[in-house]
Design a protein around this ligand. Sequence first.
Ligand SMILES: Cc1cc2nc3c(=O)[nH]c(=O)nc-3n(C[C@H](O)[C@H](O)[C@H](O)COP(=O)(O)OP(=O)(O)OC[C@H]3O[C@@H](n4cnc5c(N)ncnc54)[C@H](O)[C@@H]3O)c2cc1C
Ligand code: SF4
Length: 627
Amino acid sequence: MDQSKNSFPRTIDSKKAAEGNYDVIIIGAGIAGSILAHELGKKKKRVLIIEAGAGNDFSPAGFRAYLETFYSAVSKDNQAPFNVNPNAPVPRSPDVKALRPGEPNTDAYWVQNGPFVSDSTYSRLIGGTTIHWEAKAIRMLPEDFRMLDIHKVGLNWPIEYKDLEPYYRMAEREIGVSGDVASQKRLGAEFSENYVYPMHEMPPSYLDQVVDKGLSGMKVKLDGTDYDINLATFPQGRNGIPNKEYKPWNYDPTKDYQPVGSVSLHQEDQGERCQGNTNCVPICPVQAKYDARKTLVKALNEKCNGEYCIDLLCQAVASQVIVDPGSSKVKAIEIKVYKDPNDPDHDTVNVKGHVFILATNAVENARLMLASGLPGTSKLIGKNLMDHPYLLNWALLPESAGLFNGPVVTSGICNLRRGSFRRYQAAFAADIHNDGWGWATGSPVSDLVNCVDNLNKFGTGLRNQMFNQISRQLLLAYMIEMLPEESNRVTVDPRFRDALGNLRPVVSYNIPDYSMKAAEYARQLSKQIFQRLGAEDHTAYDLLDYGHVNYNGDGYSIRGGNHLSGTHIMGTNKTNSVVNSHQKSWDHTNLYLVGAGSMPTIGTSNTTLTLSALCFRTAEAVYNDLK
Ligand SMILES: Cc1cc2nc3c(=O)[nH]c(=O)nc-3n(C[C@H](O)[C@H](O)[C@H](O)COP(=O)(O)OP(=O)(O)OC[C@H]3O[C@@H](n4cnc5c(N)ncnc54)[C@H](O)[C@@H]3O)c2cc1C
Ligand code: SF4
């Protein structure tokens, strides 16, 4: 990458932002905000993006600083590369690790009302949470959009899969997805004719091949139907080998698809290919993994009449949505602009435009609306909070399976993502982790401590023991569907504020029995899988673990899936939903709430590809409004 060409951050100051004449104000420079900004910039609309994180991070030096912070961090939790910013705080997993099940958590950013304590997180950084996402980019299945009609549980979407399909293609191009259409079709996804992903699938790891071979011929019966237990690769937002067959809608026959490069102003560098060093979460050192800065940089390069169309104001935290009294329009958004993350001193300004878009993620969008005293006609803002509960099962394989090769996950067991059993039990997909037991037990550090302190190993003996232990680790991570329930919710409480005086989210959350039934099933399935592979089951759930849940007399440790969603669901009218199918507020004619918060159900797909597809669709609606 030619770093001399990077002149970012090209940001403006609060005075210019307050005086600007903008068509659109977007709050949040994550993937949702960046897609909308880019699409509107391409159509010559004047856009101001307000971002809570620091602008300095948006440079090669800023990215290197993330890496240095990560390398030197003692705890490699998934926020480890990113310094604590009290002015734009986030939930961090170390905050909950010491808690007991159901223990209130008023000191951390999220005040957790229980009964379940979630360790889900997100980032308030330029580029948002995609900086440290894992980058699985999976389409939802057609039946996921019609859960109430088909399975008599959950909610229907106001649109169907076929309405979103063209926008899935746009999102896959934007993210640069590597994947295999044939295997996704076998799992129930539908594609347009002759479609291929921009890049070939990430090849299954050696571990995947060992597991797939061991499971050969395995079947289970569920609700009277036989399901194969075998592996399929996951589509991924990371650079693989471009597929020469890929022909997007704006196909240029003179050019093959170019993987998205590392972030530079000129975007002329081909993207680095994935090097398979399994560090994807929390940060990809070579930027082979997509993150939203790659879209943002394109947006910031768009020009209207020779001038840049899009302005970016960083270190600016939206604190209030201000509605014009007596009208259904938003008049302005109040912003607190700070100079130093460690100093609460700030200026308060109002920014104005014709259309306002909240793209701060499911929890923060709801928090901002509720903090502004805008619960909405439906009173559904903040309610129906969803996430994917994860159940981890771990075992030692009889022989080395060569771990730590490839991205964190390349394949999974995905055949139980759909079926008639969904009328009483959640669907799931199970990831096969290429990074061993890290998520479950803190390996390899925990193994090292055990080898040195308990087994008294050192030198060659230590190396051999570590290799023997780690290269045989198998972790199955079941990502379980969760349905909307109004009692799972985000609220605010004037007693709980952050350094800038903004209200913090108060989260009340329970894992529904519908999901726990699937967790119980997954535990039994794992035992069968381990037996078939000749693997020694080491799964153990600690009663005192913060995420411990009792179900049918057994205990399970549940982990947060980081797919926060459902807090401003879309629907068919202003009493059953917060936004319409274009993510436009029913109550405010110039306000959009975008992102996974708009999703009425989440199926078994990580949410980002779907929320990105929704944002491409919303960009058209916003453009039409402006016309
Ligand atoms: C560890 C981890 C792994 C994940 N893996 C996957 C995966 O494999 N696949 C997948 O699909 N998804 C995954 N996700 C989820 C994914 O990262 C999110 O779905 C996605 O990033 C959400 O995008 P967004 O733009 O809606 O919100 P965000 O990415 O959260 O962006 C919101 C932006 O708004 C800014 N902001 C917030 N509040 C304010 C405010 N008040 N004022 C101004 N700016 C504000 C933030 O700084 C941020 O830039 C993962 C998440 C985590 C944490
Ligand atoms: S495996 Fe390594 S190179 Fe590939 S996306 Fe993950 S961190 Fe980046």
